[in-house]
Design a protein around this ligand. Structure first.
Ligand code: MN
Length: 344
């Protein structure tokens, strides 16, 4: 499923003053041992830091920043990273290994970032899980990854923000990477909170880079053919109005996450689906604008389950896999939204 690359948008519509001002030292709910003890325990160990499949800048950058405090660590991923993460890794000279080419026996264990569910990183099932830092909604217990050290905070707009709050003095390159991850995963602050701004300001001070430079890597220009594909997906979109909400759907050859994001610039709720012929699976990506109260991760979990697979993510950005053709899945998504709006 593509939930890992789903970018949370505005999480809540707050009036002044109701946004909790956590001190920088507190990075949210910690389970198991505390972070300093965790770092101390594995400081000299050979560890792997696992990124979810189709890694995005939030996964890459939080993993990279973490790797700077575990000197004998590698970054490891199930498959090809997404294009924005891939070009950023090339720019910063970050080496990322593949699970299938890595001998597990050589490592003490795995620290998972930006994923809390085995459905986002199924290769982790074979590993001893040492640590977990994530901001996705909790997945069902059977899919949930448990670790010795867990920092799990679904209220955090990005994993990079959590890691930034953990690491008091990141190296300049790690600070730049974390800044890119924060801007990218908040969809340029649509999903940010007060700490997103304070951490970003701090990180810019450390890395000495401009916001413009960070933005260029957080939201890289697409290739012309990608832009063409996206515009044609938008022109094929079907829209329905229901109870004052506009629901839009479209099918794409890939990049369903980008397509549903683009649709949601105007539609209140959007779905983009692509057919993965090899897996005989539809991958669907969902978005909701800030005025929508229903949680898309719940809709996607139900769709995944209904069509023999899984789904989840964030309230405003979620995704699912479904063992059914895109048209039927999109139809089910629209009905699920209507049902949810009926009971809302
Ligand atoms: Mn993330």
């Amino acid at each position: 499923m593509n939930i890992a690359e789903e970018t949370p948008r505005a999480r809540r519509h707050s009036s002044f003053g109701d946004e909790s001002q956590k001190p920088a030292a507190s990075a949210g709910p910690v389970f198991g041992m505390d972070f300093p003890s965790f770092v101390k325990k594995y400081a000299k160990a050979k560890v792997a830091i696992g990124l979810h499949r189709n890694a995005d800048p939030d996964a890459l950058c939080s993993g990279y920043a973490l790797s700077t405090i575990f000197p004998d660590s590698i970054l490891i991923t199930p498959d090809d990273m997404g294009l924005p993460a891939k070009s950023l890794a090339a720019e910063l000279g970050i080496k990322v290994h593949e699970f299938k080419k890595t001998s597990r026996a050589q490592y003490e264990g795995l620290i998972v970032v930006d994923a809390g569910s085995y459905s986002m990183i199924k290769e982790a099932r074979d590993w001893k899980i040492l640590g977990l830092i994530d901001h996705h909604q909790k997945s069902p217990p059977a899919e949930r990854i448990a670790a010795e050290f867990e920092l799990w905070d679904a209220a955090s707009p990005s994993t990079c923000q959590l890691v930034s709050q953990l690491i008091q003095s990141p190296e300049p390159k790690a600070a730049f990477a974390l800044a890119v991850g924060i801007v990218s995963d908040t969809a340029r602050f649509k999903g940010g909170n007060a700490q997103s701004f304070s951490e970003l300001a701090r990180l810019l001070g450390i890395c000495g880079k401009s916001y413009k430079e960070v933005l260029e890597w957080a939201e890289p220009e697409r290739a012309p053919e990608e832009k063409m594909a996206m515009l044609s997906a938008l022109s094929r979109a079907k829209c329905v109005a229901y109870k004052n909400f506009v629901i839009a759907t479209t099918t794409v050859g890939g990049n369903e996450s980008d397509a549903s994001s683009s649709l949601s610039e105007f539609a209140d709720i959007s779905f983009a689906a692509s057919w993965k012929a090899r897996e005989k699976t539809t991958r669907v990506s969902a978005r909701a604008r800030k005025n929508v109260k229903i949680a898309m991760n719940e809709i996607m979990a139900a769709i995944g389950k209904r069509f023999g697979a899984t789904g989840g993510g964030h309230a405003k950005a979620a995704g699912a896999n479904a063992l059914e053709k895109p048209e039927a899945v999109l139809e089910a998504c629209v009905s699920a939204v209507k049902d949810a709006l009926d009971t809302d």
